[in-house]
Design a protein around this ligand. Structure first.
Ligand code: GLN
Ligand code: ZN
Length: 771
């Protein structure tokens, strides 16, 4: 390897942009939820928050992080905090915020009885959700730096070198949407000149409070940007850079390469850039050389992946850092993005084999890696010889492990042929076979899979875990639930039944727990939104299916009814999207392994007499790469893995898929490439618009645009559903239209489930009579 010798007299700074917020025992979640329920006072909540910040900074400092972030802490969401900082409080929330800033803040996040919350959406291609700023031509920004200044003051008071982290002005505007009542063609970026003076004020306040550096996060610049957006970016940083009363500015980007935004930022009059050098963003290295580097500036190099949970490859990172030394005035070391996206501490995972645990790096381990790399860069590799040796051994153990290299799995994936992903007959021919096989009426009715996950079901699972009931007792309860779900569907007159998924804790975890190569964590909580945390499983090794996973429950359900029962699986793309993925092989290879395991399940379901099998892919669109140029390659492996899962069945076996969103204009072709027979989609909220879009795009297959918005407790009336169905018929012929809800019913209660489905069946009957 390259031997790095001491770089400079100045010690290399080790830093991160953010840290998990919830605390070791999810104290923040408990405290915030306690406050909502009136069990915790505002003062107690503030004290919990202060303690958490203090202990996070101390953890960082103890791990060797020499410049800690401030302002990354949030009660709910840092984009919402930014809206508060710039005074962008929607009209409907102003009174609440004026009455009590904390309650008003939570009202914006969650809504109240009378007032709707801000919309929530995914933070780039992560599973973190932020609250979307609502802006319009009348928006007036006002600076409120209270929170940022208070957190900086706390950290400085504790003796830390601290750097406030803010969402940058360009990204803030690019993430915003037109406020209700403002035309959809309004572009929030038009407000840039109004917003910059507010940022100028916040920067001045932070400088007065003692900030030497302030970080402005601009991840929106790693997406494809128009020339006008790049020009606005240049103007923003020319203006902020030109201020006299300001701290030094570090403009940060992450999640991908900066591309055409790199020369814009490199030329801007700011003192530093923070760039991601992991994964696809490694292209930043060549791009930086191509623009002549950052002479005289600070470069913060994100070489430790902030989004995955794998240990770093020290030698590789050190070689990147060594190259960067020649490209910037000063190089510091960081994680590629905020550590918000990873769990807190891998050492807490006592159930994971200690050897395997050594491959894992959660937030705590990542901060140690950053500190080690910074020491290696500053003092030379000899100074970190022990860490390097241990790192090399752990990487070798991972690469050579039977878990990551299962010869049977590898032989099987290598033998996959084009034909394995193709059904024996084209759609047009097999649809006739399916009709004969299933004997369904026109406009057949079905559901998306899950039925209400009642407290009794959750209690049964908890009882099983705690040993209060045994497996046999648990399975009795599940069978009783399945019988009840089937009895209701038969009585309601639904055509294609489901077993209701009562045995599933989660649509990904349920399968992950049964597949070899997947790890579950005990404490691996990651913030999804607000106080909601998820525990994604880890795709750690080669994937295989030791035993059937759903066949028992599905065949039990089929044995109770003469109507067809639909088998229900989670598709390979979603299995990857909602897990931590391997970083030691292409995503497409992992997807292919998962697909082959699922293909066996599909085959077993069919052999057991299942005539309809649904493979859910709600995540197909959300993992679409940020850059358009990368999308074709993604969609190629994504659709291939779906076909590999499903294409082995007979022509008369009907394959369904399901996706929970309406905006799929950019993936219609990919949906067609799945070669499924039937697709169910969200449509109720968008008033059947998708039916027209699919028809317009020439989608030739069967479609079930949802006619019940299951995200709302409202019961759709018969006339509402018939109106939607008639609208659907305007775009899709009767022999290709299905009648179903938008999504699964696990979050709904039984009363509205009963009433809504009965109305749906009645609506289908009425509309059938018209065709
Ligand atoms: N089959 C799953 C269910 O009904 C689908 C869930 C989803 O689309 N997110 O719950
Ligand atoms: Zn759904």
């Amino acid at each position: 390897m390259t031997r790095t010798t001491p770089a400079a007299a100045r010690p290399t700074v080790a830093t991160v942009y953010g840290y998990p917020r919830q605390g070791q025992n999810r104290e923040l979640k408990k405290s915030v939820e306690g406050y909502w329920k009136g069990r915790t006072t505002a003062d107690a909540l503030r004290a919990t928050a202060r303690d958490l910040r203090r202990s996070n900074w101390q953890q960082l400092a103890d791990a060797g992080i020499t410049e800690v972030p401030t302002g990354d802490f949030s009660y709910y969401d840092h984009v919402l905090d930014t809206s508060v900082m710039v005074g962008a409080v929607p009209e409907r929330h102003r009174a609440a915020v004026a009455a009590d800033p904390l309650d008003g803040y939570f009202a914006m996040a969650r809504g109240t009885q009378d007032v709707a919350p801000l919309e929530m959406t995914k933070w780039f291609d992560t599973n973190y959700h932020y609250l979307v700023p609502e802006l319009g031509p009348d928006t007036v920004f006002t600076a409120d730096s209270t929170q940022q200044v208070a957190q900086l003051t706390e950290a400085l008071g504790l003796g830390h070198t601290a750097r406030p982290v803010l969402v940058g002005p360009v990204t803030y505007l690019l993430l915003a949407k037109p406020a209700p009542g403002v035309g959809a063609d309004f572009e929030p970026l038009a407000l840039l000149d109004r917003l910059l003076p507010v940022y100028a004020q916040v920067l001045a306040d932070l400088r007065a409070a003692g900030a030497e550096w302030v970080q402005l996060d601009e991840p929106a610049l790693v997406q494809d940007r128009t020339p006008a957006e790049l020009t606005a970016t240049a103007r923003a940083y020319r203006e902020l850079g030109g201020l006299t009363d300001r701290p030094k500015l570090l403009v940060a980007s992450y999640f991908d390469r900066l591309g055409e935004a790199l020369p814009v930022l490199a030329k801007a009059p700011v003192e530093g850039l923070a760039l991601d050098f992991t994964g696809a963003a490694a292209a930043n290295l060549d791009d930086l050389a191509a623009v002549g580097g950052l002479p005289g500036k600070r470069l913060v190099a994100g070489v430790v992946g902030g989004r995955n949970i794998w240990i770093n490859d020290y030698e590789k990172s050190l070689s990147t850092l060594a190259t960067l030394l020649g490209l910037a005035g000063r190089v510091d070391v960081a994680a590629s993005c905020s550590l918000l996206h990873v769990p807190l501490d891998a050492t807490a995972e006592r159930d994971i084999d200690p050897q395997v645990r050594r491959w894992l790096a959660f937030a705590r381990q990542k901060t140690a890696e950053v500190a080690t790399l910074a020491r290696g860069l500053a003092l030379g590799t000899d100074a970190i010889a022990a860490e390097l040796a241990a790192n090399r051994a752990d990487l070798a153990s991972r690469a050579g492990s039977a878990l990551t290299r299962d010869p049977a799995v590898r032989a099987r994936t290598a033998a996959v042929t084009e034909a394995d992903g193709r059904r024996a007959q084209p759609y047009a021919e097999r649809t006739a076979a399916q009709r004969a096989h299933l004997g369904l009426p026109p406009l057949p009715t079905t559901t998306i899979g899950s039925f209400p996950q009642t407290t009794e079901l959750r209690t049964a699972r908890a009882d099983l875990r705690a040993g209060r009931i045994d497996t046999a007792g648990y399975e009795d309860r599940i069978r009783a639930e399945i019988r009840e779900v089937l009895a209701f569907q038969e009585q309601a007159g639904i055509d294609v039944l489901v077993h209701g998924e009562p045995e599933r804790n989660d649509m990904v975890q349920y399968f992950a727990e049964q597949l070899t190569g997947y790890l579950a964590t005990r404490h691996g909580w990651v913030q999804s939104y607000g106080t909601r945390y998820v525990r994604p499983p880890v795709l750690a090794g080669d994937i295989s299916r030791p035993d059937p996973m759903t066949v028992g429950w599905t065949t039990y359900a089929q044995s109770q009814t003469s109507k067809p029962v639909k088998g229900m699986l989670t598709g390979p793309v979603t299995m990857l999207a909602w897990s931590f993925v391997r970083d030691d092989q292409p995503l497409g290879d992992t997807a292919r392994q998962v697909a082959l395991a699922l293909r066996d399940e599909v085959g077993d379901l069919e052999a057991a007499g299942t005539a309809v099998i649904q493979v859910d892919e709600p995540a197909l669109r959300e993992t679409l790469p940020l850059r358009a140029a990368d999308r074709a390659a993604y969609l190629a492996w994504a659709t291939e893995s779906f076909r590999l899962t499903t294409a082995g069945v007979r022509p008369d076996t009907q394959i369904h898929t399901h996706m929970c969103y309406a905006e799929f204009g950019d993936i219609v072709e990919a949906i067609e490439d799945l070669d499924a027979d039937v697709i169910s989609l969200e449509a109720a909220r968008s008033h059947m618009q998708v039916a027209g879009e699919l028809a317009g795009a020439g989608y030739p297959r069967e479609v079930g645009p949802g006619v019940w918005d299951i995200h709302s407790p409202r019961i759709p009336s018969v006339s509402e559903a018939t109106a939607l169905l008639r609208k659907g018929l305007g775009a899709i012929p009767a022999e290709r239209l299905w009648v179903n809800p938008d999504c699964g019913l696990k979050t709904r209660g039984w009363p509205e489930t009963r009433a809504s489905l009965e109305n749906l069946v009645e609506a289908a009957r009425q509309v059938r009579a018209e065709v």
